[in-house]
Write a protein that binds this ligand. Structure first.
Ligand code: ADP
Length: 525
């Protein structure tokens, strides 16, 4: 049973009032957390880039100071006017971190490159032949009157040099760098690696946070090598990103819980409202329905008791009226009880083979007096035999009676009811039995044809106010038919009349129209 449009609107507003701000807040929370995480990540990437550049510079400075330290004797010798051999001998005496000495006279310097480190020209060139894999690195040497003689220096293995210098660069030179904020603190939380041909040197075992890692390529005599700078796995940026991930997950779960809780809360409220509505419908519809036959019976009994009736025909008329109202009461009480059982899921159907011809004939015969009373033309068209169906005879009889009752109630001037039972189905489909009850009453608009099978639904036509009803009859018929594996069909035109058809599957392997019904079996609906 549907709750009122107003209640539905109120519940919708409550639902939206919770779900909309919750999703908005969750979305905003997630967006802002991600933005903050992005800013921290970008900051960390920039810092790693800056450190990478500082490290690259520091390696060049380290090379320059090594060269300056080692070349000093050769410089002195050159200034003293020594020749190439003297210079070479002075270089050889102080090889230091390098491999072997080498002197390049001024005329041969054309193929060599120059790098300015701290405004000092550093001469370098890639080695070949015997010196493949090595680089020449040296400084300019001047003669007695200050003129440049050439470049004096050494062949160097760049990988070895970098490997030896990486720790001093990172631990001493960088913190001492005046441009680095925070001294030793500036390199805390950083993972540094040297990557080059055939070499991979890690200063700490921590691989670092790859998302903000930065690879700075080295140049000059260190060409082919790169320094990778990354935040260590417990650096603030990593904690921030973990925290943001947790926060986003938490916000997402909370929003989901809120939405699901609202959904179930509203569903529960709808159910409660429906139940409240069912209760009030039962009280208003059913009590009204019960009162009318009881009042009529009381009136008839009182009249009979007072023996005020003049003729036996009158007596007969009152007894007839009592019987008719009692039958109506009985049908109503049956409907209410069955409805309550079906609602509680406690209705038990007694299934047995049913002879539809007999069932329809009996139901029609028992209803005929009521139709006759109201001046209806009543036609019953039954074949000699029909396939047997398995069903609860009492429940199926109740279906036929409910439909006959409706046909009678919703007819105005054209008073004719027709009952037809027939076999349906062909070779392709399983056989079934159809029982149609037609009237030439007010009819039902296409819009209402679905809803009338819902409980307590009564169509707002002029007749509803005159015709008694609890809105249970069709809902019960529908539920009973489903429990039997069948269904109910409706064809109706407003102002023309309606035909309700009960379709029941024929029992498999059952003989047509058995003479005697067999012992009943039980089956829960
Ligand atoms: P009730 O008759 O007690 O109101 P029902 O479940 O039998 O409840 O019917 C539901 C509604 O369907 C009725 O109120 C009526 O508006 C409509 N209805 C049922 N049967 C017919 C019919 N044969 N012709 C026209 N309208 C019908």
């Amino acid at each position: 049973m549907a709750i009122s449009r107003f209640s539905r609107r109120v519940l919708g507003i409550i639902g939206l009032g919770v779900v909309f701000p919750a999703t908005l807040l969750a979305g905003l929370g997630i967006y802002l957390s991600l933005r903050i995480s992005d800013v921290v990540t970008a900051q960390s990437s920039r810092y790693n880039l800056y450190i990478g550049q500082q490290v690259a510079e520091a390696f060049e400075q380290e090379l320059l100071s090594s060269l300056q330290r080692s070349v000093a004797p050769a410089e002195n010798v050159a200034r003293g006017g020594a020749g190439q051999d003297g210079i070479l001998a002075a270089l050889a005496a102080n090889t230091g971190d390098f491999v072997s000495p080498h002197y390049v006279p001024l005329d041969d310097l054309a193929g060599y490159d120059m790098l300015l480190v701290e405004h000092q020209p550093l001469i370098y060139a890639r080695g070949s032949g015997d010196h493949a894999g090595h680089w020449f690195t040296g400084l300019l040497l001047r003669g007695t009157d200050g003129q440049v003689l050439g470049a004096g220096g050494w062949w160097m293995d760049p990988g070895r040099f970098l490997a030896r210098q990486i720790r001093p660069v990172f631990e001493d030179r960088l913190p001492q760098n005046a441009r680095m904020y925070g001294g030793i603190e500036s390199t805390r939380g950083l993972s540094i690696r040297l990557i080059g041909p055939g070499r991979h040197i890690a200063l700490s075992p921590d691989p670092g946070y790859p998302r903000t890692a930065y690879l700075e390529p080295l140049t000059g005599p260190f060409d082919g090598f790169s320094v990778r700078i990354a935040a260590t796995s417990n650096a603030p940026v990593v904690w921030a990103s973990r925290f943001v991930r947790l926060l986003v997950l938490f916000i997402g779960i909370m929003a989901l819980v809120l939405v699901v809780a609202t959904f179930f809360g509203l569903r529960y409220t709808v159910r409660q409202l429906e139940l409240a509505q069912i209760k009030s419908s039962i009280v208003s519809n059913v009590s009204h329905e019960l009162k009318t036959p009881i009042a009529l019976i009381r009136l008839a009994v009182e009249t009979l008791e007072m023996r005020r009736l003049s003729s036996p025909e009158d007596t007969e008329k009152f007894l007839h009226s009592i019987s008719r109202e009692a039958m109506r009461l009985n049908q109503l009480v049956d409907n209410i009880l069955d409805f309550a059982r079906l609602e509680a899921g406690k209705k038990v159907f007694q299934f047995s083979p049913v002879n539809v011809v007999d069932l329809v004939r009996d139901a029609a015969d028992s209803f005929r007096p009521r139709l006759d009373d109201q001046g209806f033309r009543f036609e019953v068209e039954l074949p000699a035999e029909l396939p047997v169906v398995r069903g609860d005879a009492a429940a199926l009889t109740q279906c036929v009676l409910n439909l006959l009752d409706s046909a009678m109630k919703y007819s105005r001037t054209r008073r004719a009811v027709r009952v037809v039972a027939a076999e349906l189905g062909n070779h392709a489909s399983a056989p079934s039995v159809a029982i149609s009850i037609s009237d030439r009453g007010i009819g039902i608009s296409p819009r209402d044809q679905k809803s009338i099978f819902e409980k307590f639904v009564r169509i707002e036509t002029g007749l509803v106010h005159d015709v008694k009803g609890a809105g249970l009859g069709l809902s019960l018929v529908d539920q009973i038919m489903r429990a039997h594996g069948g269904h109910i069909e409706l064809k109706s035109t407003v102002g023309e009349g309606s035909t309700f058809t009960l379709v029941l599957p024929a029992a498999r392997d059952a003989p047509a129209a058995p003479a005697e019904p067999q012992a009943p079996e039980q089956a829960a609906s």
